[in-house]
Design a protein around this ligand. Structure first.
Ligand SMILES: *Cc1c(COP(=O)(O)O)cnc(C)c1O
Length: 386
């Protein structure tokens, strides 16, 4: 089976991880701060907090921005459930903004329309909007930031797909148009730490809060304490936090992988361009790539022209699986999940996301995919739709 995504682990990665296993600190040693520093340099951001998953990073981001009961957070229905869930974990309500069907990113015109409609009706405006850089392609962040100023909401970029990507002249993660950006280091993503994630920000207050909440809300910094130190052992819990720490074992892997980030993304572009050429005259459409964006190409998605193909998406999907192609679907619209239906969302609420979902298939794309294997995928796609 050719999987839709796969990590790439080198002898160098294994050596770096081995060094940590032989060292004094498996966690809270020097590797985590080294990984964080390297990522701030990569992205040109002031602060980076490594944690045990992107879900944890998104949760910390919401907590740091004060999201709680009585607040509303808006995101895209075409994302992994975690993006919406973290707002629920803070006690907030979630709502969605429909997508641009050609990129599967949150539609900024639809966001503008929904904000204006909500404001006119005296409804609750979002405290935070979480755009998701679908497949590695950044949302239109400049337009989104203009709306954030006008309607006074904070912005968390769910860039789980987009480490190594660029928007205009800056790396994704620079936080030039947002308060916080989050990366995922799950093995199917661009670089991996096994499980892991990171939150980046230019704001000192948010960095301090996320650092505190990452480790139980406990501090040893006298400046953050409310009481007087009892002695050199003294620490204080000043907020309700979590154990969301990344281990040094993971950080060493991440740091080693980061050295190959640009090569990985370049390779993904080469493979994506080969798919684009091979599919040019077929009844399936890749996502549009915007000219001011350099995608990290986490996913290569095609939208099937089902009328012209004369088969269901399911039939095409199953045929590809039979031929050993590990296709996938990203994503089932979050508002149609039973948990969100129970909160009142219904089929039909976000029609463009639902229409996109009905005909999307994700094809294999990862740096170690060989051109021979990719040619097999291409032949299999042609067979499956004929
Ligand atoms: C993978 C992913 C997450 C969650 O990442 P974890 O590191 O597995 O917690 C969140 N959002 C999106 C869009 C993702 O793809």
């Amino acid at each position: 089976m050719i999987p839709y995504g796969r990590q790439d682990i080198t002898a160098e990665d294994i050596a770096r991880v081995g060094e940590i296993l032989n060292s004094d600190f498996l966690t809270q040693g020097p590797a985590v701060p080294a990984f964080e520093k390297a990522m701030t340099e990569q992205c040109g951001t002031r602060h980076a907090m490594a944690v045990n998953s992107a879900t944890s990073a998104l949760h910390l981001a919401c907590r740091a921005l004060g999201v709680g009961a009585g607040d509303v957070v808006w995101t895209s229905p075409i994302t992994f459930v975690a993006t919406a869930n973290v707002a629920r974990m803070c006690g907030a309500e979630v709502d969605f903004v429909d997508i641009d069907p050609d990129t599967a990113n949150m539609s900024v015109p639809a966001l503008a329309e929904k904000l204006s409609r909500t404001a006119k009706m005296g409804g609750r405006l979002p405290k935070v909007v979480m755009p998701v850089h679908f497949g590695g392609q950044s949302c239109d962040m400049a337009a989104l930031a203009t709306l954030a100023q006008e309607y006074e909401f904070a912005v968390i970029e769910d860039a789980s797909h987009a480490v190594g990507g660029r928007y205009r002249d800056r790396p994704v993660g620079a936080c030039a148009y947002s308060d916080i950006t989050v990366f995922s280091f799950h093995p199917v993503k661009i670089i991996t730490t096994g499980e892991g994630g990171m939150a980046l920000t230019n704001r000192d207050d948010l960095a301090e809060k996320m650092t505190l909440l990452r480790s139980h809300g406990v501090t040893r910094d006298p400046a953050q304490m409310t009481g007087k130190s009892d002695g050199p052992w003294y620490y204080e819990q000043v907020d309700l936090g979590y154990n969301y720490r990344m281990t040094d074992v993971q950080a060493a892997l991440g740091l080693s992988q980061l050295a190959r980030l640009e090569d990985y993304v370049r390779r993904r572009h080469v493979l994506a361009a080969r798919y684009d050429v091979a599919f040019r005259d077929l009844p399936l459409a890749p996502l549009r790539q915007d000219s001011d964006v350099y995608s990290a190409y986490h996913l290569y998605v095609v939208r099937l022209d089902l009328d012209q193909i004369g088969k269901s998406r399911r039939a095409v999907f199953e045929r590809l699986k039979e031929r050993g192609i590990g296709v996938n679907v990203h994503y089932i619209p979050v508002h149609t999940q039973p948990y969100y239906r129970a909160l009142g969302f219904e089929q039909g609420d976000f029609p463009l996301a639902e229409a996109y979902y009905a005909r999307a298939i994700t094809l294999p794309l990862y740096p170690a995919l060989t051109e021979e294997a990719q040619d097999k995928v291409i032949r299999s796609v042609k067979d499956a739709i004929s």
